[in-house]
Each structure stands twice: as C-alpha cells, then as structure tokens.
Design a protein around this ligand. Structure first.
Ligand code: FES
Length: 87
C-alpha cells in the first residue's frame, strides 16, 4: 500500500478499502482517537516515512516489535508498505 504525503494511515487505509480491523476491532474501535489499540499494523517498508510514535503508542505497543504502529496515530509522509492485522 502506498499513501500520500501527510496522510493519516488509518484514513488512508479506509479510503483505499484496506481492512485494518480484526473482527473485534470492527465492532468496537475508538474511531481513530488512539484509545482502543485495535488499528494495529506492522510496517513492512518505509518506517522512516512515518511520524514519531505517540505516547499512547509507546504504551500500547511496548511489548510489540519496533515496526508495529497504531494506524490512527500515524502520519504518512512517503511510500510505505503495511501488513494489516499482525499477530
Ligand atoms: S482506532 Fe482506536 S487506537 Fe486507533
């Protein structure tokens, strides 16, 4: 997936029909306010094109690999490739 400059990763995914939520996340996600942690994605390429992790991400993703992000908290500034619904 490739996203445009300065776009929010969650918005961009939804616009492009990319399904970022697991079943549970679809039923109850926080709507992009960085509160539920269900919009988690793994960045395969282009980590350097993303905004820095927010405080919420730091907390929520503490036990996850470095390349995991919350899509709604992430601004995209260049080409990236994303894996949705990482384990
Ligand atoms: S949509 Fe809830 S944390 Fe991203």
């Amino acid at each position: 997936m490739v996203a445009a400059d300065g776009a929010n990763l969650r918005e961009k995914a939804i616009q492009n029909g990319v399904d970022i939520y697991t079943f549970g996340g679809k039923l109850m996600n926080c709507g992009g306010y960085g509160q539920c942690g269900t919009c988690i994605v793994a960045i395969v390429e282009g980590l350097e094109n993303l905004s820095a992790k927010t405080d919420f991400e730091q907390r929520c993703l503490k036990k996850k690999p470095e390349n995991y992000r919350l899509a709604c908290q992430t601004m995209v500034n260049g080409p990236i490739s994303v894996q949705t619904k990482p384990k």
